[in-house]
Design a protein. Sequence first.
Length: 295
Amino acid sequence: MARLVFYHHPQAENFSLKYSSASVAEILSQREQSDESTKLIGYPFETPVYVLYEGDSEIESAREVDFDQEWLSDRIRDLPRAGQVVAFRLVELLEAAVDVRDEDEFRLYKEFEPQKIQQALDHVSWGAPLPTVAGEVMSNLILRHSLPNANHRTGIAMLQFCIESVDPDFEMPRTHVDDDSWREWVDPYIVDSKRLITVRRNNLRFKQLEDLDVDVVERKDGIQIRLAEFELDMHWREALTEYAGQHESHCTDFAQAVLERAGRDDLLDRQGPTKQEFLTYLENGLVERDFREMF
């Protein structure tokens, strides 16, 4: 049987794996040195493994936040114009998702970090082939994780807007989570994306688990990461670069799959938008859009 440990604490999703050891004394020492709230789990393998989890003691409900103009303006006023435009639309998408989905799905696990949106835009190959631009927009927004939740769903929406900025008549294949097609073709892309970004941020922690003969790490939502399938033995900076590249390729493949599934092979070789063309569409092409239909 595979030796499995949880990445998120089973009773507290906002607590995530920070350190592991076969020594009780060592894990207690790490706990004493932590400045965060902590939880411990001892896994009763033949050789026990002890895991320290860190996180916030409380998770805020998205419905308790008033995403009004003043709230948003206070957080994006120092961004360049491009970052402000994308941040505004991302928050609108988050609001729409909160309105449509169950409240339990939208807990706020982190602070809104709008400065990361500008960083994401700076790493897109604007003007490259459309699947590349759309995939990189999606990938970099997900990697920077600027929103407190729904980064994958809003990333897919931004991929859609990127395609629409080149062809406003483009019709996106259904990607709703309550649609059977989600589980058929969209969900595997998101699951693999979550695997990649989790390994990217935790290669050294996962290497430590691998050295303790742990086989599988399980994220929330039952997503399992088989450690033997990933290269973990590298400097954490190298891992950030390596897995960011893999994630961009993965999202570019998704963009291509979207175009093929929509029957738009004619767009596969079309030049993608420039940054200004994308921003112009976000500002002017979505004015009367009801984003709730996307969730």
